[in-house]
Design a protein around this ligand. Sequence first.
Ligand SMILES: Cc1cc2nc3c(=O)[nH]c(=O)nc-3n(C[C@H](O)[C@H](O)[C@H](O)COP(=O)(O)OP(=O)(O)OC[C@H]3O[C@@H](n4cnc5c(N)ncnc54)[C@H](O)[C@@H]3O)c2cc1C
Length: 357
Amino acid sequence: MKPDKKNMYLLAAITIFLSLLLIFTGCSPEDSDSDPDGDNSDSYETDVLVVGSGAAGLAAAITAGQEGARVILMEKLPAVGGTAVLSSGMLYAAESPVQERQGITESAGDLYDFWMNASEGKADSELVKVIADLSGDTVRWFQEDIGVEYSIHDDYGPRMHFPDQEAGDIVERLKAKADDVGVKIILGTRAKKLILSQEGEVTGVEGENASGNKVTIQAEAVILATGGFERNEKLIDEYTPLAAEGITGVSQGNSGDGLVMAREAGAEIITHNSYVGSVNDEGKAVIMSTVGGPRIDSGAHVLDMEGEFIKGLYAAGSVANGQFFYKKYPDSGSSLVYCFTMGRIAGSNAAQEIKVP
Ligand SMILES: Cc1cc2nc3c(=O)[nH]c(=O)nc-3n(C[C@H](O)[C@H](O)[C@H](O)COP(=O)(O)OP(=O)(O)OC[C@H]3O[C@@H](n4cnc5c(N)ncnc54)[C@H](O)[C@@H]3O)c2cc1C
């Protein structure tokens, strides 16, 4: 039978509409136990829940998925990418395959020294060492697993890795990889509160979707990757008064929710009244990232006031960068490599540790 042109167009239009709807919502209705109590609430259950889909969140979700965990990635905005999608995508790294290819000898030890000096020796040396040691491997991960290539240009020093793609394309590839490894992405849904067991272990998150309906996600492990608190005046006043008059171009979603949720769960908060950014001609702080958040160890475990792991709770990226940065931003590319690398660590540890009774 000869296809009817009018019907073909109609069918194509319907298909495109449905595909767009799926990309926009990121999650099909049958993925959730919708309306279990007849009160318009949604509930989900998973192994690893990642909150926030920027640099750290995407890396964490992909890695946990690669390790075989069932993963949900929840994002309060209608699209993935956070500030990462607005960035230039440069990575600062040592001992990478790109350096090897270009005949550049840069040791992880030198990078460690550079970052420790930039922090006046105040950064967490164990954490900095882990990031320096793994920075080159994060470049490799991007090349081999995500499909992003980098190069180093003489004028910018031997550690600055420039991507061959725009940040938007890099995020597209990260999202495609997340889909590939089975990560369920729930967009337009804000995490509001951690669910704690009687023993104080984190067992999930309560949130709200764009329609104002309650969303409950039970999880064996929760990774906070909510970015900084650049868009929360109250938290800026409390932790970074130096930037109180500041302006910022980061993701609209970065309002410090992760810091607040971790604080409510008993995490110790580390801040230094400093920020990553610059001062403009009018003397205003231009904030690229806040500095500070819950204390973590080098395995991305969130620690309480006694230095104990709050079981089930992990944090990665700018939400918890107070032990990596101090007063001064070391160099461009340091933030993203920290966020991606810490995201990979959090995803891997969360996936591995839920298997341990
Ligand atoms: C213009 C610009 C250029 C930059 N270029 C570079 C660069 O080239 N190299 C470099 O190293 N750094 C760069 N940076 C900094 C870098 O982009 C950020 O440090 C990095 O993206 C932070 O990653 P993240 O995952 O911690 O947070 P983000 O990427 O900001 O992602 C956080 C995500 O969490 C979501 N979220 C927040 N709260 C909730 C909640 N309650 N529930 C669900 N989701 C939530 C947010 O909506 C957001 O999507 C740049 C920054 C800017 C502004």
